[in-house]
Design a protein around this ligand. Structure first.
Ligand code: GDP
Length: 425
């Protein structure tokens, strides 16, 4: 059975924790999009880890971790991430990398930085991990597939051809040093040696695994609202964050994805620029950010402080719909225990009219939040193991959100740890 674990919001919903938890009963975990531009924070017996490229299942001895063809593969990054695990005593994970994955080139990271510099105040709030230049090149058909590393003559020729193009931009647009094709070629040969032990025909492997009835997880990065088609374009990421893309980015049939577990955060947070209707500021935001601790403060990759907001039912319902959510995991509910009352954004007022439908970016910029307030529960819910034991006000909050989403909340997460989860059937 293939199950996707994806985000309904702007990312940082806690997908990593849910994936790590569900990976216990899984055989294979696959990253199918994105790159090292966002991360998951995982807390387990070995310590605390920020994973950027590796899927969250790498901590179990029985799982196979896969980097699918849809991922922006930063080879030295992958290499270092594996090393960071084994250095901390995690048993060497079983890792496969798709021979069709494309390679994050050193110049992608440079171009990302130079372009943000050039745009100045008008920048997209990129993480400067090279993601946008990487996917631009992939679709412009000047990217490099892992498989291409293994044909030296063709590789050399292509490196020269691509450098010619890149160097025009470097010299005339960015006024930066040119790339030396000879040096780049050597770097790519080093990449080849690093990645060689892991390379695999992943879609073939998964075809057999599905036939054998293996339990497979597709782990999404970021959330619905960062999807380039359905998110808050252009303040989005450059690869699809949707479960549907899991089929393409892993190389499996779409109808095999039977379960789409969509992770929804009990309040809102976002990293980077873009309209954020239920955003809060000042002391109110600082308090929520501080209470959120690891879940609140800083993006796992960039260390940038997160923007905070109240739960946005309009955005989250849309986020679930566009994912095709079959069930919802509601996370970081424990953080809200300090509040006397909890504002929930249930509508957007745009040009004097209230809507419950998430609009396109142009309209979104004009939207003002319409709030309903629910009573707080004023206690710490960490450690609680069953739904019935949660305070009534807390259950009311969960059930209010469930009604707004129109999707069953099957899991409530009340702490960062693997076992801090309340199942609801
Ligand atoms: P992801 O990208 O969706 O995996 O999210 P991140 O890992 O960037 O952010 C989620 C953060 O919230 C991590 O620091 C988690 O340890 C933490 N977290 C996840 N679930 C919970 C929860 O239920 N309660 C609390 N307090 N923290 C959580």
């Amino acid at each position: 059975m293939v199950r996707a674990i994806v985000g309904a919001n702007w990312g940082d919903e806690g997908k990593g924790k849910i994936t790590d938890m569900l990976a216990r009963e899984s055989d294979i975990i696959i990253r199918f999009q994105g790159g090292s531009n966002a991360g998951h924070t995982i807390i387990n017996n070995y310590g605390k880890f920020a994973l950027h490229l590796l899927p969250s299942g790498v901590f179990y001895g029985h799982t196979t971790s896969i980097i699918g063809n849809g991922v922006a593969l930063n080879i030295p990054y992958l290499f270092n991430e594996i090393k960071a695990l084994t250095d901390k005593g995690v048993p060497a994970p079983r890792i496969l990398v798709s021979d069709r994955a494309q390679i994050m080139m050193p110049y992608h990271v440079l171009f990302d930085t130079y372009e943000e510099e050039r745009l100045g105040g008008k920048s997209f709030g990129s993480t400067k991990s090279g993601i946008a230049p990487f996917y631009s090149d992939k679709y412009a058909k000047i990217g490099f597939q892992v498989s291409e590393l293994f044909d030296e003559a063709a590789l050399k020729e292509k490196v020269e051809r691509v450098c010619e193009l890149k160097n025009v931009l470097l010299e005339h647009l960015y006024h930066k040093p040119a790339i030396d094709p000879e040096e780049l070629f050597k770097t790519l040969l080093e990449y080849r040696d690093m990645v060689k032990p892991y390379v695999c025909d992943v879609s073939r492997y998964l075809h057999d695994a599905i036939k054998e009835g293996k339990n497979i997880l597709l782990e999404g990065q970021l959330g619905s609202l960062k999807d380039p088609d359905h998110g808050i374009y252009p303040m989005v990421t450059s690869s699809s964050t949707l479960a549907a893309y899991g089929a393409i980015g892993a190389g499996i049939p779409p109808y095999e994805i039977k379960n789409i577990t969509t992770v929804v955060k009990a309040y809102s947070s976002a990293v980077g620029a873009g309209a954020f209707v239920s955003e809060i500021f000042g002391q109110e935001a600082d308090e929520l950010r501080r209470r959120g601790g690891d879940a609140g403060e800083f993006g796992a990759t960039t260390g940038r402080p997160r923007r905070m907001g109240w739960f946005d039912a309009v955005a989250s319902r849309y986020g679930c719909r566009i994912q095709g959510a079959t069930e919802v995991a509601l996370t970081v509910l424990d953080v809200l225990g300090y509040l006397d009352e909890l504002p929930v954004c249930v509508g957007y007022e745009i040009d004097g009219k209230v809507t419950k439908d998430f609009p396109t970016t142009v309209e979104l910029e004009k939207a003002k939040p319409v709030y309903t307030r629910l009573p707080g529960w004023k206690c710490d819910i960490r450690g609680i193991k069953t739904y019935e034991e949660l305070p009534k006000e807390c259950r009311d909050y969960v059930e209010f959100i469930e009604k707004e989403l129109g999707v069953k909340i099957t899991m409530v997460s009340n702490g960062p740890g693997r076992d801090e989860i309340i199942y609801r059937r």
